[in-house]
Design a protein around this ligand. Structure first.
Ligand SMILES: Nc1ncnc2c1ncn2[C@@H]1O[C@H](COP(=O)(O)OP(=O)(O)O)[C@@H](O)[C@H]1O
Ligand SMILES: NC(=O)OP(=O)(O)O
Length: 317
């Protein structure tokens, strides 16, 4: 029986250059990622792909602000997340389908608009903490705050970005549909951008909310719900490090849940970048997950052979 991996693809690794986004750049990055995912499928893995949308959802909202100068036009954050699921899902679906065809694999890929349930009383709604969109200088950030009323935050030493609320994911609403699609042998792209954030009102109605859910936390929840064998977080670094970018940086290769919890509590992982990935890994393992791999897309194949990447396992195996 094939093993199931939930693969979370980083939003920043979907763009060639964070300061200059282009469709061609996104396609190139996706084609590269697709090569390594199809290699995994050839090795017998069943896969569910999730993806980030931080740069893209911010850009969609920025386009809306610019359009508002000419038209009476506005867009809510949940709609922008849905748009990003559509556009990134399309590009990822096409890149994977092309690579499957190139490798003569007769498999179909589906991209599913996915809702993620959040708690309307989550305190995160009062405290914007999710960086989205392009990076700005401190002066530009002040201008954006004045011009558009955006909350702004410094993002892990990389510059200033717009910040939006990011409530914790409680339930992937379409998880049963995803399980059925996997049973049918499909490759599924879902929970893109953490999923479209929704609450359920007292009448049982789904209502979109103004937030961007962390895709690593949503991927962890999806991996736990589907009882996946592996949560693979594909990002910009080959390995997670202690004292990252410090003089005594120490790359991590293989560690246990207890060890990562200790390093997490010691504050080794930057807020808004590596920290949510480590939280996602911890939650998945605490919910009975079997293994987490964090690495760059180009290193996936080697990492699955145990030669690189950061592997995190439950305490007793
Ligand atoms: N302790 C750490 N170890 C490795 N990378 C780190 C660490 N802390 C911060 N980072 C940075 O976090 C980045 C991953 O976060 P980010 O780019 O936001 O993720 P995503 O790939 O999901 O878009 C890495 O590429 C690296 O630059
Ligand atoms: N939604 C989300 O977490 O996107 P990024 O991974 O691009 O920040």
């Amino acid at each position: 029986m094939s093993r199931l991996a939930v693969i979370a693809i980083g939003g920043n690794s979907l763009v060639e250059n964070a300061t200059c986004q282009s469709v061609a750049g996104e396609q190139k990055a996706l084609q590269e990622t697709a090569i390594h995912i199809v290699e995994m499928i050839l090795r017998g893995w069943q896969v569910v792909l999730t993806h980030g949308n931080g740069p893209q959802v911010g850009l969609i909202l920025l386009q809306a602000e610019i359009a508002r100068k000419e038209l009476d036009y506005t867009i809510s954050v949940d709609i922008a997340v849905a748009e990003s699921q559509g556009s990134i899902g399309y590009a990822l679906q096409q890149a994977l389908s092309n690579e499957l065809r190139r490798r003569s694999l007769n498999k179909q890929v589906v991209a599913l608009l996915t809702h993620t349930l959040v708690d309307p009383d989550d305190p995160a709604f009062q405290q914007p903490s999710k960086p989205i969109g392009p990076f700005y200088t401190a002066t530009e950030a002040e201008q954006k705050q004045r011009e558009y009323g955006w909350a702004m935050m410094e993002d892990a030493g990389r510059g200033w970005r717009r910040a939006v609320p990011s409530p914790h994911p409680c339930q992937i609403m379409e998880s049963e549909a995803i399980a059925h699609m996997l049973q049918a042998g499909l490759i599924v792209i879902s929970a893109g951008g953490g999923g479209i954030p929704v609450i359920i009102d007292t009448y049982g109605t789904l209502i979109g909310t103004q937030a961007v859910i962390d895709k690593d936390l949503a991927s962890s929840l999806l991996a736990s719900t589907l009882q996946a064998d592996l949560l693979l977080i594909s990002t910009g670094v080959e390995k997670v490090a202690l004292n990252y970018h410090g003089p005594n940086q120490q790359d991590l290769s293989k560690l246990t849940l207890s060890e990562i919890l200790r390093y997490f509590n010691e504050g080794h992982f930057a807020r808004g970048s590596m920290e949510p990935k480590i939280c996602a890994a911890i939650e998945y393992l605490q919910n009975g997950g079997k293994a987490v791999l964090i690495t760059r897309p180009e290193a996936i194949t080697q990492a699955l052979d145990g030669k690189t990447g950061t592997w995190i396992f439950p305490d007793s195996r």
